[in-house]
Design a protein around this ligand. Sequence first.
Ligand code: SAH
Length: 249
Amino acid sequence: MTPSFSASVLTLYPEIFPGPLGYSLAGRALKEGIWSLDTIPIRDFATDRHHTVDDTPSGGGAGMVMRADILARSLDYACQQKPQLPVLAMTPRGYPLTQSKVRQLASGPGAIILCGRFEGIDERLFEARSIEPISIGDYILSGGETAAFTLLDACIRLLPGVMGGTTSGDEESFESGLLEYPQYTRPVEWEGLSIPEVLRSGNHAHIKAWRQAMSERDTRLRRPDLWEHYRSVQVSRPLARGKKDRNEK
Ligand code: SAH
């Protein structure tokens, strides 16, 4: 089987991979050849005896910066191997990773992913090569590898044939602009807590309405940013269409 999605990961720690992506859905899909993974050890492209890949920050400051020349050599090698793949770099200075970005990537041929370490990457690399900087959130990790796991995991579960029996995930958090409703499973009673009555009623219209209300409540409380956007989209819709959409739901 020719993989529909290939990942080439440039890293100082190739032995970390496939790591969590070797298990469960992603692991099975890797074995089945639905996606493929290459790791490219950045250190192999160093030129000195010590395989140096970093140097002190120009202008001063703590830590070390990954050298543009070494990174470019490793990246050019990856691009030669897989010229059709877009190039991403994991960095907290990047564009935020969202579910729609994940969908866009998952529908493409895969990605070359550059993982940073230390204080990050010499900025000239981004000027000299076509690279999309991507951030997985507003916090600082010690390396890009865990960010690459996150990005790849999110893409792989969307590839055709990976999620098997489940739906395309239309109702999941973010797909509708809201967080998903809370989930429950048996036992019906646990530590004096019951599964909400409505979910056991068998009345699908009531269940749908309850889930929508819970999604809205939790989004409003936990993610005022998403709620604001969701509300503004609802309000800007023409009235007639808004009514029709509500009835359809
Ligand atoms: N000094 C940098 C952070 C470096 S963290 C800054 O303040 O912007 C070291 C490496 O971890 C980065 O080069 C990047 O590859 C990765 N990393 C850290 N946080 C990340 C995030 N939120 N998203 C994606 N990659 C991240």
